[in-house]
Write a protein that binds this ligand. Structure first.
Ligand code: SF4
Ligand code: SF4
Length: 360
């Protein structure tokens, strides 16, 4: 199974939509013995460990210790990228995927994340490429009031030297809207949804040339539309993906260590097989007309509804718009597959759950 391993809750940034640097909470550091983790993991097969925080690169010696202790595991990293260059290369090259937070052009990224972040991140990605790293490098965006979905995704897709293989984004629509949004409805209607429409249109134009751009939310959804498949929650939370918090408790999701509902075990007392499919989304998702494609978006939001029912439905509106645009493109994409210009397998992403939630 897949485990987000929280290496610390501390962060070296204080982004406007998270304030992780200021509000790290209690128990910021790991309080269990790595041997306790080993006794838990030994019962599992196909172990995947995804380093997460806070900012996991603040604890590189611990990261190295874990990677040394579990040589058979597959590793993923989610980082703000500022300290990436401090990871020893032999360990860096063991990551299957590295997700780096960056929100778009310099003004947008630095506006949300702090002055100088954009250039520093790109410098470190350039360094990453210079080491010969061949894994997946994903630009992971948080999309909020100042974001323009078309401009910002396009900017990251078009970057050359360094480039990102994939671009993923998440809407800043989990925590309270207060202080984050001036007018969410207007932003969705005038900016976000039209931007998604344009991105899908251009993505299909590129498919016509045989180029499959790595737009993360489009790939697996189109794959499942082509193959008429249904997906459980796409981030895997509660099904095959869990978080091991710093106190050794096991949660369904890495962002909710302080929500009692989300804690479903402890590495000292739980067996991995007891976790599988332990929690699934409630209504309204299973009855929703796009459930097979959406999968329920976010288990945490489904359970907590921090935006209330009305807010929940507003965000669902963006998901339905995205699915609607991809469905509209489906006949053309099917034609391109039939003519051999692209292959169904080109859309099979991710190879392994790498922490991209897929549904923004
Ligand atoms: S669109 Fe909304 S209601 Fe429908 S499945 Fe997705 S999250 Fe659930
Ligand atoms: S999509 Fe929701 S439930 Fe899944 S990992 Fe992200 S916050 Fe957690």
């Amino acid at each position: 199974m897949n485990y987000h391993l929280i290496l610390t809750r501390q962060c070296n940034l204080d982004c406007v939509y998270c304030h992780g640097g200021r509000d790290a909470g209690e128990n910021t550091e790991i309080q269990y013995d790595l041997e306790a983790l080993a006794r838990f993991l030994v019962e599992d097969e196909g172990i995947q460990l995804m380093f997460y925080g806070g900012e996991p690169t603040l604890r590189i010696p611990l990261m190295v210790q874990v990677m040394t202790r579990f040589p058979q595991a597959r590793f993923m990293l989610q980082t703000n990228g500022l300290l990436l260059h401090r990871i020893p290369e032999e360990f860096l090259h063991r990551f299957h995927s590295i997700l780096v937070s960056i929100d778009g052009p310099l003004e947008v990224t630095d506006g949300y994340r702090g002055h100088g972040v954009y250039n520093r991140v790109l410098e470190n990605i350039r360094w990453l490429h210079s080491t010969g790293y061949e894994g997946d490098v994903v630009a992971r965006m948080a999309v909020s009031q100042q974001s323009d979905s078309y401009r910002d995704v396009r900017h990251l897709l078009d970057l050359k030297g360094p480039c990102f293989k994939h671009v993923h984004w998440q809407l800043n629509a989990v925590w309270s809207a207060e202080g984050n949004w001036v007018n969410f409805d207007r932003w969705v209607a005038e900016s976000y949804n039209p931007g998604i429409t344009r991105l899908v249109d251009e993505w299909v134009e590129n498919l016509q040339k045989g180029v499959v751009e790595g737009v993360v939310p489009f790939l697996p959804l189109m794959h499942d539309l082509l193959t008429d498949s249904a997906s459980p929650i796409r981030c895997g939370s509660g099904c095959d993906t869990f978080a091991i918090h710093t106190d050794g408790s096991i949660g369904v999701c890495p962002i909710s260590p302080d929500w009692a509902f989300s804690i479903v075990g402890d590495i000292r007392t739980t067996k991995p097989h007891e976790l599988r499919n332990i929690m699934t989304v409630d209504e309204p998702c299973p009855s929703c007309e796009v459930y097979a494609v959406c999968g329920g978006r976010c288990l945490f939001v489904n359970k907590e509804h921090l935006w209330g029912q009305e807010g929940f439905e507003k965000v669902c509106g963006t998901v339905k718009h995205l699915i609607d645009r991809l469905k509209a493109a489906l006949p053309e994409v099917r034609r391109l597959v039939d003519e051999g210009i692209v292959a169904v397998g080109d859309f099979a992403y991710p190879e392994f759950n790498n922490g991209c939630e897929i549904i923004p």
